[in-house]
Design a protein around this ligand. Structure first.
Ligand code: FE2
Ligand code: FE2
Length: 181
């Protein structure tokens, strides 16, 4: 697997969790049911897998490699991707604040939670589409095979250092659980 293949595969795992998040959102909007336990699980997944395991590989390793190969680091596709990572973090932070120690949400809290959840799901789906269909294809065109190989080694190192061995698998299971598959 090339470095971009690994990231595309992680996108599939994130998309699975987003399917689960959409079910949670539909429960809130259709009958006001807020499954706090599952929402906490989704937020934890988003912080530690989507952001901690996946975005970190893009931001610390793939994007800098693209900049070395002539991409603009501040504007253009990389600038947009970095901005969207920040936006995603904001939605997750707002959701964490709403549910922090709260096991029972009132109507306005539920509405705020639903609105942030909806924005996050839409943002991430569009973000993943753009990376899969545009940025990663550009990356595959400019990164030589040996550069892709060295990125894979760096991904593995980051995974061990920042996430911990075995955690990746655990998050795959959580994504399946959230999606109900
Ligand atoms: Fe990204
Ligand atoms: Fe990504």
């Amino acid at each position: 697997m090339s470095a971009t293949d690994i990231l595309r595969h992680e996108h599939q795992v994130v998309m699975l969790a987003l399917t689960g998040a959409e079910k949670l959102l539909n429960d809130i909007t259709s009958n006001g049911t807020v499954d706090i336990g599952r929402i906490r699980k989704f937020i934890d997944f988003s912080k530690h897998f989507t952001d901690g395991c996946h975005h970190i590989k893009e931001e610390k390793l793939l994007f800098p490699k693209l900049v070395e190969n002539g991409f603009d680091g501040d504007s253009g596709p990389i600038g947009v991707m970095l901005y969207e990572h920040q936006e995603g973090r904001k939605f997750i932070r707002y959701m964490s604040e709403i549910i922090s120690d709260n096991d029972e949400l009132d109507k306005s809290e539920s509405e705020k939670l639903a609105s942030n959840l909806r924005s996050y799901i839409t943002l991430l789906r569009n973000h993943i589409y753009k990376e899969n269909e545009i940025l990663f294809n550009m990356a595959d065109n400019v990164l030589r095979p040996e550069v892709q190989e060295s990125l894979v080694l760096d991904f593995n190192r980051v995974e061990e250092e920042e996430v911990g061995t075995g955690e990746h698998e655990r998050f795959h299971q959580i994504a399946h659980e959230l999606a109900g598959s």
